[in-house]
Design a protein around this ligand. Structure first.
Ligand code: ME8
Length: 520
Protein backbone atom coordinates (compact mmCIF):
# COMPACT_ATOMS: atom_id res chain seq x y z
CA UNK A 1 0.00 0.00 0.00
CA UNK A 2 1.25 3.50 -0.75
CA UNK A 3 2.79 5.65 1.95
CA UNK A 4 0.37 7.90 3.83
CA UNK A 5 0.79 11.69 3.83
CA UNK A 6 -1.33 13.90 6.07
CA UNK A 7 -1.60 17.61 5.34
CA UNK A 8 -3.87 20.26 6.81
CA UNK A 9 -4.58 23.96 6.64
CA UNK A 10 -5.60 25.97 9.68
CA UNK A 11 -9.36 25.92 10.13
CA UNK A 12 -10.80 29.40 9.62
CA UNK A 13 -13.04 31.37 11.94
CA UNK A 14 -16.33 31.69 10.07
CA UNK A 15 -17.22 34.99 11.78
CA UNK A 16 -17.13 36.65 8.37
CA UNK A 17 -16.61 35.68 4.77
CA UNK A 18 -13.31 34.27 3.53
CA UNK A 19 -10.64 36.72 2.40
CA UNK A 20 -7.68 36.32 0.11
CA UNK A 21 -5.41 35.23 3.00
CA UNK A 22 -7.66 32.21 3.53
CA UNK A 23 -7.63 31.48 -0.20
CA UNK A 24 -3.85 31.71 -0.28
CA UNK A 25 -3.43 29.14 2.47
CA UNK A 26 -5.76 26.55 0.93
CA UNK A 27 -4.33 27.05 -2.55
CA UNK A 28 -0.77 26.50 -1.35
CA UNK A 29 -1.79 23.45 0.67
CA UNK A 30 -3.79 22.09 -2.25
CA UNK A 31 -0.79 22.36 -4.57
CA UNK A 32 1.32 20.38 -2.11
CA UNK A 33 -1.42 17.76 -1.62
CA UNK A 34 -1.87 17.35 -5.37
CA UNK A 35 1.87 17.05 -5.81
CA UNK A 36 2.12 14.32 -3.17
CA UNK A 37 -0.73 12.41 -4.81
CA UNK A 38 1.19 12.59 -8.10
CA UNK A 39 4.14 11.10 -6.23
CA UNK A 40 1.94 8.12 -5.42
CA UNK A 41 1.31 8.99 -1.79
CA UNK A 42 -1.93 8.13 -0.01
CA UNK A 43 -2.82 11.72 0.88
CA UNK A 44 -5.27 12.83 3.52
CA UNK A 45 -5.88 16.57 3.13
CA UNK A 46 -8.16 18.37 5.56
CA UNK A 47 -9.41 21.94 5.82
CA UNK A 48 -12.51 23.47 7.40
CA UNK A 49 -13.97 25.95 9.86
CA UNK A 50 -13.29 26.69 13.55
CA UNK A 51 -16.74 27.49 14.84
CA UNK A 52 -16.62 27.84 18.63
CA UNK A 53 -15.31 30.49 20.98
CA UNK A 54 -16.04 33.98 22.15
CA UNK A 55 -15.33 35.66 18.82
CA UNK A 56 -18.08 33.63 17.12
CA UNK A 57 -20.44 34.06 20.10
CA UNK A 58 -19.94 37.85 20.12
CA UNK A 59 -20.29 38.27 16.35
CA UNK A 60 -23.53 36.28 16.45
CA UNK A 61 -24.84 38.33 19.37
CA UNK A 62 -24.08 41.56 17.52
CA UNK A 63 -26.07 40.29 14.57
CA UNK A 64 -28.88 39.08 16.80
CA UNK A 65 -28.58 35.47 15.67
CA UNK A 66 -27.49 32.19 17.28
CA UNK A 67 -23.82 31.23 16.94
CA UNK A 68 -24.85 28.06 15.14
CA UNK A 69 -26.78 30.05 12.54
CA UNK A 70 -23.75 32.30 11.99
CA UNK A 71 -21.50 29.24 11.66
CA UNK A 72 -23.87 27.55 9.19
CA UNK A 73 -24.12 30.65 7.05
CA UNK A 74 -20.43 31.55 6.96
CA UNK A 75 -18.99 28.05 6.86
CA UNK A 76 -20.90 27.55 3.60
CA UNK A 77 -18.96 30.45 2.06
CA UNK A 78 -15.68 28.80 3.02
CA UNK A 79 -16.76 25.49 1.55
CA UNK A 80 -17.93 27.20 -1.66
CA UNK A 81 -14.63 29.03 -1.91
CA UNK A 82 -12.76 25.74 -1.64
CA UNK A 83 -14.87 24.17 -4.35
CA UNK A 84 -14.57 27.19 -6.62
CA UNK A 85 -10.78 27.29 -6.22
CA UNK A 86 -10.52 23.60 -7.13
CA UNK A 87 -9.24 22.60 -3.68
CA UNK A 88 -8.91 18.82 -3.52
CA UNK A 89 -9.63 18.41 0.19
CA UNK A 90 -10.56 14.97 1.45
CA UNK A 91 -12.52 16.38 4.34
CA UNK A 92 -13.98 19.80 5.04
CA UNK A 93 -14.38 19.68 8.81
CA UNK A 94 -16.70 21.81 10.90
CA UNK A 95 -15.85 21.83 14.58
CA UNK A 96 -19.56 21.85 15.44
CA UNK A 97 -19.85 18.29 14.08
CA UNK A 98 -20.56 15.49 16.59
CA UNK A 99 -17.46 13.39 15.83
CA UNK A 100 -15.33 16.44 16.56
CA UNK A 101 -16.97 17.00 19.94
CA UNK A 102 -16.27 13.36 20.69
CA UNK A 103 -12.58 13.67 19.71
CA UNK A 104 -12.15 16.85 21.79
CA UNK A 105 -13.65 15.23 24.86
CA UNK A 106 -11.44 12.18 24.34
CA UNK A 107 -8.20 14.21 24.20
CA UNK A 108 -9.37 16.14 27.27
CA UNK A 109 -9.85 12.90 29.19
CA UNK A 110 -6.46 11.64 28.04
CA UNK A 111 -4.77 14.83 29.31
CA UNK A 112 -6.70 14.51 32.56
CA UNK A 113 -5.58 10.89 32.95
CA UNK A 114 -1.98 12.11 32.66
CA UNK A 115 -2.56 14.44 35.60
CA UNK A 116 -2.09 17.56 33.48
CA UNK A 117 -5.44 19.25 34.13
CA UNK A 118 -6.46 20.99 37.35
CA UNK A 119 -9.23 23.35 38.41
CA UNK A 120 -8.24 26.92 39.31
CA UNK A 121 -9.10 30.52 38.72
CA UNK A 122 -7.93 32.56 35.75
CA UNK A 123 -7.05 36.20 36.24
CA UNK A 124 -5.41 37.83 33.30
CA UNK A 125 -5.60 39.36 29.85
CA UNK A 126 -7.59 37.92 26.97
CA UNK A 127 -7.90 39.03 23.35
CA UNK A 128 -11.18 37.94 21.78
CA UNK A 129 -9.90 38.82 18.32
CA UNK A 130 -6.90 36.48 18.71
CA UNK A 131 -8.77 34.09 21.04
CA UNK A 132 -5.57 34.18 23.11
CA UNK A 133 -4.37 34.75 26.68
CA UNK A 134 -1.39 37.05 27.14
CA UNK A 135 1.04 37.69 29.97
CA UNK A 136 1.25 41.27 31.18
CA UNK A 137 4.86 41.44 29.96
CA UNK A 138 3.83 40.64 26.39
CA UNK A 139 1.39 43.54 26.04
CA UNK A 140 2.17 46.69 24.10
CA UNK A 141 0.78 50.19 24.44
CA UNK A 142 -1.68 51.57 21.86
CA UNK A 143 -1.77 55.14 20.57
CA UNK A 144 -4.22 56.22 23.26
CA UNK A 145 -2.15 54.52 25.99
CA UNK A 146 -4.46 51.47 26.06
CA UNK A 147 -3.09 47.98 26.43
CA UNK A 148 -2.94 45.86 23.28
CA UNK A 149 -1.88 42.30 22.50
CA UNK A 150 1.44 41.83 20.67
CA UNK A 151 -0.72 41.44 17.51
CA UNK A 152 -2.18 44.89 18.17
CA UNK A 153 -5.66 43.68 19.15
CA UNK A 154 -7.66 44.87 22.20
CA UNK A 155 -7.35 42.85 25.41
CA UNK A 156 -9.73 42.60 28.33
CA UNK A 157 -9.08 41.71 31.97
CA UNK A 158 -10.74 38.38 32.65
CA UNK A 159 -11.45 36.67 35.94
CA UNK A 160 -13.21 33.30 36.02
CA UNK A 161 -13.06 29.75 37.30
CA UNK A 162 -11.14 27.70 34.80
CA UNK A 163 -9.44 24.40 34.18
CA UNK A 164 -5.71 24.69 33.61
CA UNK A 165 -3.31 22.64 31.54
CA UNK A 166 0.14 22.11 33.11
CA UNK A 167 2.00 23.70 30.21
CA UNK A 168 4.84 24.70 32.54
CA UNK A 169 5.74 21.01 32.88
CA UNK A 170 6.44 20.80 29.14
CA UNK A 171 9.08 23.48 28.73
CA UNK A 172 12.06 21.12 28.61
CA UNK A 173 10.22 18.48 26.59
CA UNK A 174 9.37 21.09 23.96
CA UNK A 175 12.93 22.42 23.83
CA UNK A 176 14.15 18.82 23.43
CA UNK A 177 11.67 18.34 20.59
CA UNK A 178 12.89 21.46 18.74
CA UNK A 179 16.49 20.32 19.22
CA UNK A 180 15.95 16.74 18.07
CA UNK A 181 13.66 17.67 15.16
CA UNK A 182 15.18 20.84 13.72
CA UNK A 183 12.57 20.97 10.93
CA UNK A 184 9.63 20.75 13.32
CA UNK A 185 8.98 24.48 12.91
CA UNK A 186 9.66 26.08 9.55
CA UNK A 187 10.84 28.49 8.26
CA UNK A 188 13.82 28.97 10.59
CA UNK A 189 12.87 32.53 11.53
CA UNK A 190 9.62 31.20 13.04
CA UNK A 191 11.51 28.42 14.80
CA UNK A 192 13.84 30.92 16.47
CA UNK A 193 10.93 33.05 17.66
CA UNK A 194 9.24 30.06 19.25
CA UNK A 195 12.43 28.79 20.88
CA UNK A 196 12.97 32.20 22.49
CA UNK A 197 9.40 32.21 23.73
CA UNK A 198 9.66 28.76 25.29
CA UNK A 199 13.10 29.45 26.78
CA UNK A 200 11.52 32.44 28.53
CA UNK A 201 9.38 30.04 30.60
CA UNK A 202 5.82 28.79 30.19
CA UNK A 203 2.83 29.51 32.42
CA UNK A 204 0.04 26.98 32.78
CA UNK A 205 -2.70 27.53 30.24
CA UNK A 206 -6.34 28.28 31.01
CA UNK A 207 -8.24 25.69 28.95
CA UNK A 208 -11.90 26.17 29.86
CA UNK A 209 -14.38 29.02 30.07
CA UNK A 210 -17.50 29.52 32.17
CA UNK A 211 -18.79 32.90 30.96
CA UNK A 212 -20.42 31.52 27.78
CA UNK A 213 -21.52 28.13 26.51
CA UNK A 214 -20.76 28.08 22.76
CA UNK A 215 -18.15 25.33 22.71
CA UNK A 216 -17.37 21.72 23.46
CA UNK A 217 -18.55 20.75 26.94
CA UNK A 218 -15.82 19.79 29.39
CA UNK A 219 -16.51 16.20 30.42
CA UNK A 220 -17.56 15.98 34.06
CA UNK A 221 -17.45 19.75 34.68
CA UNK A 222 -20.85 21.37 34.32
CA UNK A 223 -20.81 24.95 33.14
CA UNK A 224 -17.37 24.70 31.51
CA UNK A 225 -16.73 24.74 27.77
CA UNK A 226 -13.27 24.11 26.35
CA UNK A 227 -11.04 27.03 25.43
CA UNK A 228 -11.58 27.26 21.68
CA UNK A 229 -7.97 26.46 20.79
CA UNK A 230 -8.13 23.11 22.61
CA UNK A 231 -10.93 21.93 20.39
CA UNK A 232 -9.67 23.77 17.29
CA UNK A 233 -6.29 22.02 17.32
CA UNK A 234 -7.99 18.68 17.92
CA UNK A 235 -9.70 18.98 14.51
CA UNK A 236 -6.58 17.42 13.00
CA UNK A 237 -7.13 14.26 15.04
CA UNK A 238 -10.87 14.12 14.37
CA UNK A 239 -10.22 13.82 10.64
CA UNK A 240 -7.74 11.03 11.29
CA UNK A 241 -10.31 8.92 13.12
CA UNK A 242 -9.52 9.74 16.75
CA UNK A 243 -10.53 8.19 19.12
CA UNK A 244 -12.59 5.33 17.63
CA UNK A 245 -11.00 4.38 14.34
CA UNK A 246 -7.66 2.83 15.28
CA UNK A 247 -6.93 1.66 11.78
CA UNK A 248 -7.39 5.13 10.31
CA UNK A 249 -5.30 6.67 13.09
CA UNK A 250 -2.51 4.16 12.43
CA UNK A 251 -2.51 5.29 8.82
CA UNK A 252 -2.77 9.07 9.10
CA UNK A 253 -1.66 9.95 12.62
CA UNK A 254 1.05 7.69 13.95
CA UNK A 255 4.58 7.96 15.31
CA UNK A 256 7.02 8.86 12.58
CA UNK A 257 4.13 9.66 10.22
CA UNK A 258 4.43 12.31 7.54
CA UNK A 259 2.09 14.94 9.02
CA UNK A 260 2.34 18.60 7.98
CA UNK A 261 0.34 21.55 9.28
CA UNK A 262 0.27 24.57 6.97
CA UNK A 263 -0.70 27.69 8.92
CA UNK A 264 -0.12 31.43 8.95
CA UNK A 265 2.67 33.09 10.91
CA UNK A 266 0.29 34.58 13.50
CA UNK A 267 -0.73 31.20 14.90
CA UNK A 268 2.59 29.38 15.07
CA UNK A 269 2.67 29.56 18.88
CA UNK A 270 -0.57 27.59 19.21
CA UNK A 271 0.70 24.91 16.83
CA UNK A 272 4.31 24.68 17.88
CA UNK A 273 3.92 25.05 21.67
CA UNK A 274 0.41 24.18 22.87
CA UNK A 275 -0.35 21.47 20.31
CA UNK A 276 2.72 19.25 20.83
CA UNK A 277 2.31 19.66 24.60
CA UNK A 278 -1.34 18.51 24.41
CA UNK A 279 -0.34 15.59 22.22
CA UNK A 280 2.52 14.52 24.51
CA UNK A 281 0.19 14.71 27.48
CA UNK A 282 -2.44 12.60 25.69
CA UNK A 283 0.31 10.17 24.58
CA UNK A 284 -0.38 10.70 20.90
CA UNK A 285 2.00 11.03 17.96
CA UNK A 286 3.38 14.47 17.04
CA UNK A 287 3.21 16.08 13.60
CA UNK A 288 6.39 16.11 11.56
CA UNK A 289 6.27 19.76 10.60
CA UNK A 290 4.53 23.04 11.32
CA UNK A 291 5.01 25.46 8.42
CA UNK A 292 4.14 29.11 9.13
CA UNK A 293 3.56 30.93 5.84
CA UNK A 294 3.64 34.71 5.53
CA UNK A 295 0.82 37.20 5.17
CA UNK A 296 -0.67 38.59 2.01
CA UNK A 297 -0.80 42.34 1.84
CA UNK A 298 -2.98 44.44 -0.44
CA UNK A 299 -0.47 46.53 -2.44
CA UNK A 300 1.88 46.26 0.51
CA UNK A 301 -0.77 47.34 3.07
CA UNK A 302 -2.23 45.18 5.81
CA UNK A 303 -5.81 44.21 4.90
CA UNK A 304 -8.48 45.43 7.26
CA UNK A 305 -12.23 45.76 7.16
CA UNK A 306 -12.06 49.36 8.38
CA UNK A 307 -9.67 50.37 5.58
CA UNK A 308 -11.95 48.52 3.14
CA UNK A 309 -9.11 46.81 1.28
CA UNK A 310 -10.02 43.19 1.98
CA UNK A 311 -10.13 41.35 -1.33
CA UNK A 312 -12.80 38.75 -1.97
CA UNK A 313 -11.08 35.71 -3.47
CA UNK A 314 -14.22 34.71 -5.38
CA UNK A 315 -14.32 38.07 -7.12
CA UNK A 316 -10.65 37.73 -8.06
CA UNK A 317 -11.27 34.21 -9.37
CA UNK A 318 -14.26 35.39 -11.43
CA UNK A 319 -12.36 38.34 -12.77
CA UNK A 320 -9.01 36.72 -13.60
CA UNK A 321 -9.63 32.95 -13.55
CA UNK A 322 -9.03 30.32 -10.89
CA UNK A 323 -5.78 29.00 -12.33
CA UNK A 324 -4.52 32.53 -12.99
CA UNK A 325 -5.10 33.38 -9.32
CA UNK A 326 -3.53 30.13 -8.10
CA UNK A 327 -0.52 30.60 -10.37
CA UNK A 328 -0.07 34.20 -9.33
CA UNK A 329 -0.18 33.53 -5.59
CA UNK A 330 2.17 30.57 -5.74
CA UNK A 331 4.72 32.06 -8.12
CA UNK A 332 4.76 35.62 -6.81
CA UNK A 333 5.07 34.93 -3.08
CA UNK A 334 8.03 33.01 -1.65
CA UNK A 335 6.36 30.51 0.66
CA UNK A 336 7.18 31.58 4.21
CA UNK A 337 7.55 35.30 3.39
CA UNK A 338 4.91 38.01 3.24
CA UNK A 339 3.75 38.93 -0.22
CA UNK A 340 1.73 41.60 -1.94
CA UNK A 341 -1.06 41.32 -4.47
CA UNK A 342 -2.75 43.78 -6.77
CA UNK A 343 -4.84 43.51 -9.92
CA UNK A 344 -1.90 44.84 -11.97
CA UNK A 345 0.46 42.21 -10.62
CA UNK A 346 -2.02 39.38 -11.27
CA UNK A 347 -2.60 40.57 -14.83
CA UNK A 348 1.11 41.09 -15.52
CA UNK A 349 2.14 37.68 -14.20
CA UNK A 350 -0.65 35.81 -15.89
CA UNK A 351 -0.11 37.45 -19.25
CA UNK A 352 3.65 37.04 -19.28
CA UNK A 353 3.92 33.47 -18.00
CA UNK A 354 0.63 31.79 -18.83
CA UNK A 355 -0.76 33.59 -21.88
CA UNK A 356 2.38 34.69 -23.72
CA UNK A 357 4.90 32.03 -22.78
CA UNK A 358 3.20 28.72 -22.04
CA UNK A 359 -0.23 29.22 -23.62
CA UNK A 360 1.19 30.64 -26.81
CA UNK A 361 3.75 27.84 -27.09
CA UNK A 362 1.03 25.21 -26.80
CA UNK A 363 -1.40 27.06 -29.02
CA UNK A 364 0.91 27.70 -31.94
CA UNK A 365 2.46 24.22 -31.86
CA UNK A 366 -0.80 22.32 -31.61
CA UNK A 367 -2.57 24.43 -34.26
CA UNK A 368 0.38 23.89 -36.59
CA UNK A 369 0.20 20.11 -36.10
CA UNK A 370 -3.58 20.06 -36.45
CA UNK A 371 -3.31 22.00 -39.69
CA UNK A 372 -0.17 20.68 -41.37
CA UNK A 373 -0.29 17.01 -40.37
CA UNK A 374 -4.09 16.93 -40.52
CA UNK A 375 -4.07 16.20 -36.79
CA UNK A 376 -1.88 13.09 -37.15
CA UNK A 377 0.70 13.02 -34.37
CA UNK A 378 4.30 13.66 -35.44
CA UNK A 379 6.84 10.83 -35.51
CA UNK A 380 10.03 11.48 -33.48
CA UNK A 381 13.48 11.23 -35.12
CA UNK A 382 15.54 12.97 -32.51
CA UNK A 383 18.73 14.87 -33.15
CA UNK A 384 20.98 16.24 -30.40
CA UNK A 385 19.13 19.56 -30.12
CA UNK A 386 15.89 17.67 -29.63
CA UNK A 387 17.25 15.41 -26.89
CA UNK A 388 18.85 18.43 -25.27
CA UNK A 389 15.51 20.15 -24.98
CA UNK A 390 13.87 17.04 -23.58
CA UNK A 391 16.72 16.65 -21.07
CA UNK A 392 16.26 20.25 -19.98
CA UNK A 393 12.61 19.50 -19.31
CA UNK A 394 13.36 16.29 -17.44
CA UNK A 395 15.83 18.28 -15.31
CA UNK A 396 13.17 20.94 -14.63
CA UNK A 397 10.78 18.17 -13.60
CA UNK A 398 13.31 16.94 -11.04
CA UNK A 399 13.89 20.44 -9.66
CA UNK A 400 10.12 20.98 -9.51
CA UNK A 401 9.72 17.78 -7.50
CA UNK A 402 12.40 18.52 -4.97
CA UNK A 403 11.18 22.10 -4.50
CA UNK A 404 7.59 20.97 -3.96
CA UNK A 405 8.74 18.31 -1.51
CA UNK A 406 10.52 21.15 0.36
CA UNK A 407 7.36 23.29 0.38
CA UNK A 408 8.83 25.86 -1.99
CA UNK A 409 6.24 26.24 -4.78
CA UNK A 410 7.70 29.49 -6.13
CA UNK A 411 11.05 27.75 -6.67
CA UNK A 412 9.25 24.85 -8.36
CA UNK A 413 7.38 27.20 -10.69
CA UNK A 414 10.57 29.08 -11.55
CA UNK A 415 12.18 25.82 -12.72
CA UNK A 416 9.10 25.07 -14.84
CA UNK A 417 9.14 28.55 -16.33
CA UNK A 418 12.80 28.18 -17.34
CA UNK A 419 11.82 25.01 -19.21
CA UNK A 420 8.99 26.92 -20.94
CA UNK A 421 11.54 29.53 -22.05
CA UNK A 422 13.83 26.77 -23.33
CA UNK A 423 10.94 25.46 -25.46
CA UNK A 424 10.23 28.88 -26.87
CA UNK A 425 13.90 29.35 -27.72
CA UNK A 426 13.87 25.93 -29.41
CA UNK A 427 10.80 26.65 -31.51
CA UNK A 428 12.29 29.97 -32.67
CA UNK A 429 15.63 28.36 -33.52
CA UNK A 430 14.15 25.30 -35.28
CA UNK A 431 11.43 27.31 -37.04
CA UNK A 432 9.23 24.36 -38.04
CA UNK A 433 7.07 26.60 -40.25
CA UNK A 434 10.13 27.30 -42.44
CA UNK A 435 10.90 23.55 -42.66
CA UNK A 436 7.48 22.78 -44.06
CA UNK A 437 8.64 23.38 -47.65
CA UNK A 438 12.37 22.63 -47.31
CA UNK A 439 12.54 19.54 -45.05
CA UNK A 440 9.17 18.05 -44.02
CA UNK A 441 10.80 15.07 -42.29
CA UNK A 442 12.81 17.36 -40.04
CA UNK A 443 9.73 19.49 -39.46
CA UNK A 444 7.96 16.42 -38.19
CA UNK A 445 10.81 15.53 -35.83
CA UNK A 446 10.77 19.06 -34.41
CA UNK A 447 7.02 18.89 -33.88
CA UNK A 448 7.38 15.49 -32.21
CA UNK A 449 9.92 16.96 -29.79
CA UNK A 450 7.60 19.84 -29.06
CA UNK A 451 4.63 17.53 -28.54
CA UNK A 452 6.49 15.60 -25.92
CA UNK A 453 7.90 18.79 -24.39
CA UNK A 454 4.50 20.49 -24.08
CA UNK A 455 2.82 17.41 -22.66
CA UNK A 456 5.64 17.13 -20.12
CA UNK A 457 5.28 20.79 -19.13
CA UNK A 458 1.54 20.26 -18.66
CA UNK A 459 2.17 17.19 -16.51
CA UNK A 460 4.65 19.03 -14.29
CA UNK A 461 2.42 22.02 -13.66
CA UNK A 462 -0.73 20.03 -12.74
CA UNK A 463 -0.54 20.71 -8.97
CA UNK A 464 -0.41 24.46 -9.55
CA UNK A 465 -2.99 24.97 -12.34
CA UNK A 466 -4.91 21.69 -12.31
CA UNK A 467 -7.86 22.65 -14.52
CA UNK A 468 -5.79 24.16 -17.34
CA UNK A 469 -3.18 21.41 -17.26
CA UNK A 470 -5.95 18.79 -17.41
CA UNK A 471 -7.68 20.58 -20.28
CA UNK A 472 -4.43 20.69 -22.26
CA UNK A 473 -3.57 17.04 -21.59
CA UNK A 474 -7.13 16.06 -22.56
CA UNK A 475 -6.81 17.93 -25.85
CA UNK A 476 -3.49 16.22 -26.47
CA UNK A 477 -4.94 12.77 -25.82
CA UNK A 478 -2.57 12.03 -22.91
CA UNK A 479 -4.51 9.72 -20.57
CA UNK A 480 -4.50 9.63 -16.79
CA UNK A 481 -1.85 6.93 -16.50
CA UNK A 482 0.56 9.02 -18.60
CA UNK A 483 0.22 12.08 -16.35
CA UNK A 484 2.98 11.24 -13.90
CA UNK A 485 6.50 12.47 -13.32
CA UNK A 486 7.71 8.96 -14.15
CA UNK A 487 6.40 9.38 -17.71
CA UNK A 488 8.57 12.43 -18.35
CA UNK A 489 11.68 11.61 -20.36
CA UNK A 490 10.15 8.40 -21.79
CA UNK A 491 8.45 8.18 -25.17
CA UNK A 492 5.13 8.26 -23.36
CA UNK A 493 2.95 9.09 -26.30
CA UNK A 494 4.17 6.22 -28.51
CA UNK A 495 0.93 4.32 -27.83
CA UNK A 496 -1.09 7.36 -28.69
CA UNK A 497 0.63 7.66 -32.09
CA UNK A 498 -0.04 3.99 -32.69
CA UNK A 499 -3.77 4.39 -31.99
CA UNK A 500 -4.10 6.97 -34.74
CA UNK A 501 -5.35 9.68 -32.36
CA UNK A 502 -6.28 12.85 -34.24
CA UNK A 503 -5.52 16.21 -32.76
CA UNK A 504 -8.34 18.73 -33.11
CA UNK A 505 -7.59 22.44 -33.53
CA UNK A 506 -6.72 23.49 -29.94
CA UNK A 507 -8.81 25.80 -27.78
CA UNK A 508 -6.82 28.65 -26.22
CA UNK A 509 -6.24 28.07 -22.49
CA UNK A 510 -5.21 31.44 -21.14
CA UNK A 511 -6.92 34.54 -22.54
CA UNK A 512 -4.88 37.73 -22.36
CA UNK A 513 -6.15 39.66 -19.34
CA UNK A 514 -6.82 43.40 -19.48
CA UNK A 515 -6.99 45.85 -16.61
CA UNK A 516 -10.12 47.95 -16.29
CA UNK A 517 -10.71 51.20 -14.42
CA UNK A 518 -12.28 49.20 -11.60
CA UNK A 519 -8.88 47.58 -10.93
CA UNK A 520 -7.07 50.85 -10.24
O1 ME8 B 1 -6.47 31.71 13.07
N1 ME8 B 1 -2.46 36.36 4.62
O2 ME8 B 1 -8.46 31.41 11.93
P1 ME8 B 1 -8.40 32.67 10.93
C1 ME8 B 1 -2.21 35.05 4.71
N2 ME8 B 1 -9.26 29.60 13.62
N3 ME8 B 1 -2.78 34.24 5.60
C2 ME8 B 1 -3.67 34.77 6.45
C3 ME8 B 1 -4.00 36.15 6.43
C4 ME8 B 1 -3.35 36.96 5.44
N4 ME8 B 1 -3.58 38.26 5.31
N5 ME8 B 1 -4.90 36.37 7.40
C5 ME8 B 1 -5.13 35.18 8.00
C6 ME8 B 1 -7.53 31.13 12.91
N6 ME8 B 1 -4.39 34.22 7.45
C7 ME8 B 1 -7.88 29.92 13.75
C8 ME8 B 1 -7.00 28.75 13.34
S1 ME8 B 1 -6.21 26.20 13.47
C9 ME8 B 1 -6.42 24.91 14.53
C10 ME8 B 1 -7.25 27.46 14.09
C11 ME8 B 1 -4.33 32.79 7.83
O3 ME8 B 1 -9.66 32.57 10.15
C12 ME8 B 1 -4.07 32.61 9.31
O4 ME8 B 1 -2.70 32.77 9.58
O5 ME8 B 1 -8.10 33.90 11.67
C13 ME8 B 1 -4.54 31.19 9.52
O6 ME8 B 1 -3.55 30.25 9.19
C14 ME8 B 1 -5.72 31.08 8.54
O7 ME8 B 1 -5.58 32.17 7.63
C15 ME8 B 1 -7.07 31.15 9.24
O8 ME8 B 1 -7.15 32.36 9.99
Amino acid sequence: MSQPYTITTAISYPNGRPHIGHAYEVIATDAIARFQRMMGRDVFFQTGTDEHGLKMAQTARNRGIEPRALADEMSAYFKDMNDRLNISYDRFIRTSEPDHHRASQAIWQAMEASGDLYLGRYEGWYSVRDEAFYDEKELVEGEGGEKLSPQGTPVEWTVEESWFFRLSAYQQKLLDLYASQPDFIQPDSRRNEIMRFVEGGLSDLSVSRTSFDWGVKVPGADGHVMYVWVDALTNYLTGCGYPDDAERMARYWSDGGDITHIIGKDIVRFHAVYWPAFLMSAKLALPKQIFGHGFLLNRGEKMSKSVGNVADPMELADRFGVDQLRYFLLSEVTFGNDGSYSAEAIVARSNSDLANSFGNLAQRTLSFIAKNLEGRLPQPAAQDVDSELLNTIAEAARTFQSAMADLAPSVAIEAWMRAVFACNAYIDAQAPWALRKTDPARMEAVLATLYEAIASLAIIIQPIIPASATALLDQMGIGGEGRTFAAIGTDFYADLRATGFTLSPPKPLFPRLELTEADA
